[in-house]
Design a protein around this ligand. Structure first.
Ligand code: GDP
Ligand code: MG
Length: 651
């Protein structure tokens, strides 16, 4: 497909105190009045987000989001500020730095915005000395922020003085920015929802990640509602595809307008997960007037969403201005976030921006404060290598298996990367592989083995005669579930089987047919049963292949039949006897001897008759036939005409 993307797409966002001339400046730059609402016109202030498009001399351009400055509408400002690439902090020359100048700058910093410039406007209202004072003041404000690296310009939107230079400077600044990677699964936090005559339901937002195409399947989060992208518009023009860094209107097929609202996220199907619990790095702004106590209720802002949450600080009772720590945010309604996403928190009452940070775990388990394992795990999530993060992921799975594709999705790595890193962890003995692409942390493996060992010890002590415990019972007890749902049951079975196989390979346990035993365990017999065992050993040694039918043997024992039966079963499980058919068993030794003789004969001759075997083994037709039919059943031999050929192995 032809690459249509010729210009880089960026979003510029305004910021600054109410009435400082942001909307006027956007109008001077673009010709668009972003105050669309009647109420905005009447009151002369911006309430909602406004959108305009800036076109440069060379035809390239950028979208501008104009935000409200009034403290009452900070939540609208936040809904727009998350997706911006470049900030314009606007300060009116006559008023200078005001409360929302500071608050907006704090929010931009918390959101991780890295590029921007400061514009001092309304210069027509002040004299030169005053302007110099304001510039110094603004310089002090931005000194330690991302804006310190950007330019500071002076303009008058009223007279137009400096606006041309501002536009040129913006173009230059944007041309040096790295665009967001335009490919991959898309994500679009919704900031507006409306219906269009003859067009249906439309949502708009900043495409913060990936690309989206007309006709593709997508999902609304956190609900997980599927829909189809019926149509797209980029900068008010129809488009087949849109990519990160663009303002996009999406026409949704299959969803009613009343199911949509600001704060939802549109994304590629399966790209996000919804959750009520986040682990985060939380910081309090240095100029905050408040501290955060553990357990405080806060307003939480992420993308275009706002929710209430309780902040549990994980390593301290309270967090002072300028400090940061690990915290768990417990939300009142679900959100769909990704690791690394920025967020802002504001006080519940009175509403006041105090801090924010980065999401480290978007789908967290509930933690207790002060747990050193949790803190160490978060440190890995925050700054650990890919390998350490994969290990941490396996550890957190506990007794559950870590699966390659899921790990790749969660850690945002490719499956090839996950495979390679898992290989290193396997070589270091930190995880175990139970099947291709299925892992278990060493800690979980060892704890499962300890559990199984305890089970087997208890079982062997209670049933010294039994050769082992049924693997079904072992599995059930080990995973502690009785009536497991079908799917879980299947996974549990696979996990159990691979686990038993690995433990057997490592010489920790023995598999006795369908039974499990500790490697060092041997069934012990009561004195009477020991005598029975010795009697049976002697009997079968003497009879060789010509062993008695079991029926006859038991019938001769009268009341002791059950004892004989149990000892015989134990000897079979132990391998001292071999079952030839349902009616007959022979000694292991007789079996091995017959097998070796047959193997030797087959080396001489490929076809052997029943008579050949009879002579070879020095027995009668009846017993030779019983053993041969046993082998036929096991596909070791096969009858063709009067003779038998070797189809399996006798080694
Ligand atoms: P916003 O709240 O930051 O968007 O501020 P507006 O753009 O709505 O402007 C607030 C008021 O300041 C309006 O009455 C504007 O006409 C006025 N204003 C904006 N820019 C200038 C300017 O450069 N010079 C003068 N004299 N007035 C301005
Ligand atoms: Mg405005």
């Amino acid at each position: 497909m032809e690459e249509k993307k010729t210009v880089k797409d960026f979003i510029i966002g305004t910021a600054g105190h109410v009435d400082h001339g942001k909307t006027q400046l956007v109008k001077a730059l673009t010709g668009t009045d972003t105050d669309r609402l009647a109420e905005e016109k009447r009151r002369g202030i911006t309430i909602e987000l406004g959108f305009a498009h800036l076109t440069f001399a060379d035809g390239s351009g950028a979208a501008i989001i104009d935000v409200p400055g009034h403290e009452r509408f900070i939540k609208n400002m936040l809904a727009g500020a998350g997706g911006i690439d470049y900030a314009l902090l606007v300060v009116a020359a006559d008023e200078g730095v005001m409360p929302q100048t500071r608050e907006h700058l704090g929010i931009l910093t918390l959101l991780g915005i890295q590029h921007g410039m400061t514009v001092i406007t309304k210069t027509d209202l002040v004299d030169k000395e005053w302007l110099e004072e304001v510039k110094l003041d603004v310089g002090r404000l931005i000194k330690d922020t991302f804006l310190a690296a950007g330019p500071m310009l002076t303009v008058s939107a009223l007279t137009g003085r400096g606006v041309g230079e501002l536009k040129d400077r913006l173009q230059k600044e944007l041309s040096s920015l790295e665009p967001r990677p335009p490919r991959g699964p898309f994500r679009l936090p919704v900031d507006r929802v409306f219906s269009m005559e003859g067009f249906g339901t439309v949502v708009t937002g900043t495409l913060i990640q990936g690309s989206v195409r007309e006709g593709q399947q997508a999902m609304i989060y956190p609900e997980g509602t599927p829909f189809r992208v019926r149509g797209l518009q980029v900068n008010n023009r129809p488009a087949e595809e849109a990519w990160a860094g663009q303002r996009v209107a999406v026409n949704l097929a299959g969803v009613k307008k009343d199911r949509l609202e600001r704060g939802q996220v549109l994304a590629a199907p399966g790209f996000l997960e919804s959750s009520l619990m986040l682990d985060v790095r939380l910081k309090v702004l240095p100029d905050s007037r408040r501290i955060i106590e553990s357990g405080s209720r806060l307003h939480f802002y992420h993308g275009s969403r706002v929710a209430l949450c309780k902040a549990v600080l994980l390593d301290r009772p309270s967090l002072a201005p300028g400090e940061s720590c690990y915290a768990q945010l417990r939300l009142q309604e679900p959100i769909a976030a990704k690791r690394g996403d920025p967020f802002v928190v504001r006080f519940y009452s009175p509403v006041d921006t105090i801090g924010g940070g980065r999401i480290l775990e978007p789908c967290a388990q509930k933690h207790k404060a002060g747990d050193p394992r949790v803190l160490a795990g978060l440190a890995v999530k925050e700054g650990g290598s890919h390998k350490e993060r994969l290990f941490q992921y396996c550890e957190e799975k506990g007794g559950q298996l870590a699966e390659k594709e899921e790990a790749a999705r969660r850690l945002e790595l490719s499956s090839a990367e996950v495979e390679q890193l898992a290989g290193e962890l396997l070589a270091e003995g930190r995880i175990y592989s139970l099947a291709q692409g299925i892992w278990l942390s060493a800690r979980a493996y060892e704890s499962l083995f300890r559990g199984l060992k305890r089970l087997l010890e208890e079982y062997h002590a209670a049933e010294p005669l039994s050769p082992g415990l049924s693997r079904e019972i072992a599995r059930q007890k080990l995973f502690g579930r009785k009536a497991a749902p079908q799917a879980a049951d299947k996974q549990e079975k696979a996990l159990g089987e691979s686990l038993f196989k690995l433990m057997t390979e490592q010489g920790l346990i023995r598999q006795e047919g369908r039974l499990l035993a500790l490697e060092e365990f041997r069934p012990t017999y009561t004195r009477r049963r020991q005598a029975i065992r010795e009697e049976l050993l002697a009997l079968y040694r003497e009879k060789g292949l010509e062993a008695p039918w079991l029926e006859e043997l038991y019938a001769a024992k009268g009341k002791e039949e059950e004892d004989y039966r149990q000892v015989l079963e134990a000897m079979l499980a132990q391998g001292e006897l071999v079952r030839v058919d349902s009616r007959m068993v022979i000694s292991r030794q007789a079996y091995e001897t017959a097998k070796q003789a047959a193997a030797g004969a087959f080396r001489q001759q490929s076809r052997l008759t029943l008579a050949d075997f009879r002579d070879l083994w020095g027995t009668s037709r009846k017993y030779a036939l019983a053993l041969l039919e046993f082998w036929d059943g096991q596909k070791i031999t096969k009858k063709t005409g009067e003779a038998r050929v070797l189809t399996g192995s006798l080694e």
